[in-house]
Design a protein around this ligand. Structure first.
Ligand SMILES: [Zn+2]
Length: 257
């Protein structure tokens, strides 16, 4: 058994066994951010998706080559392209949280930027359903624009707020960002996974998805190796299978290895 496999079995195995004893398996989904065009790292990412039959939602920046990205993702069984911001540009005044939309922006201007971004995807033959704001900055004006355009929202968090049915966050970032991007570390990552799994179990929130978050352009070798061990355990399902929760929806059956 590999080092990662051993740690996975030790650190989250008992929690997964508790789920199984209650007749459930956690629902994982997978989001990757910052794609602009096909690259060797994107090839590697898509290779993992194929190898582990793991559907993936790729958040792509509209100023990239979305036509080429759409072509690359169409060659893979289960890839969804999401809109990752307008230009991935921090427009926050000094001292404000980083983001593309802030208190000074008018709804009409945000609607216009959003419309332009959606058009880029449509011209590439993709109808986007999900928006991933850079820096996880879901400004209220942006949320209003997304609602008007019928797009879901995905940021980063612990658990879904009841009041935001069209929001589906990622929760498990494989990266650590400061002082520079690198693997979060197997133990740190798995301890967070265990905590979020336990929270869902205690609340009997069996269908509350857990979103794996990757950034293929920033991965070091340790991240890639960890993903090879984690993906077959998590067995992510396509976001589109639970993007809009329906009252009374049955639990998505998943086998836990
Ligand atoms: Zn980003």
């Amino acid at each position: 058994m590999s080092f990662h496999r051993l740690l996975i079995a030790t650190l989250i195995g008992p929690e997964l066994a508790r789920w199984k004893a209650r007749g459930h398996a956690p629902v994982f989904w997978w989001r990757d951010d910052d794609a602009r065009r096909p690259t060797p790292a994107l090839e590697r990412l898509l290779g993992l998706s194929v190898r582990f039959a793991a559907p993936i939602t790729i958040a792509a920046v509209p100023d990239g080559d979305i036509v080429a990205l759409a072509k690359a993702s169409r060659a893979i069984p289960d890839v969804e392209l999401a809109v990752h911001g307008f230009r991935h540009e921090n427009r926050a005044p000094p001292g404000w949280p980083s983001g593309e939309v802030n208190d000074l922006d008018r709804l009409a201007d945000v609607m216009s930027d959003l419309g332009t971004a959606i058009d880029v995807f449509r011209r590439a033959g993709v109808t986007p359903r999900l928006f991933v704001p850079p820096w996880n900055n879901a400004h209220p004006t942006l949320k209003r624009a997304l609602g008007l355009q019928g797009l879901g929202l995905s940021c980063y968090g612990d658990m879904r707020g009841e009041a935001e049915p069209d929001r589906l966050d990622a929760h498990l970032d494989v990266m650590r960002w400061k002082p520079e991007p690198r693997f979060r570390g197997t133990v740190r990552f798995l301890l967070r996974t265990r905590r979020l799994l336990a929270e869902r179990r205690v609340k009997a929130a069996w269908d509350e998805p857990l979103g794996l978050l990757t950034h293929h352009l920033d991965h070091d070798e340790a991240v890639w190796r960890f993903l090879e061990a984690f993906l077959p355990v998590a067995k992510p399902v396509a976001r589109t299978t639970f993007g809009r929760p329906v009252a009374g929806r049955g639990h998505i059956a998943l086998k836990v290895g």
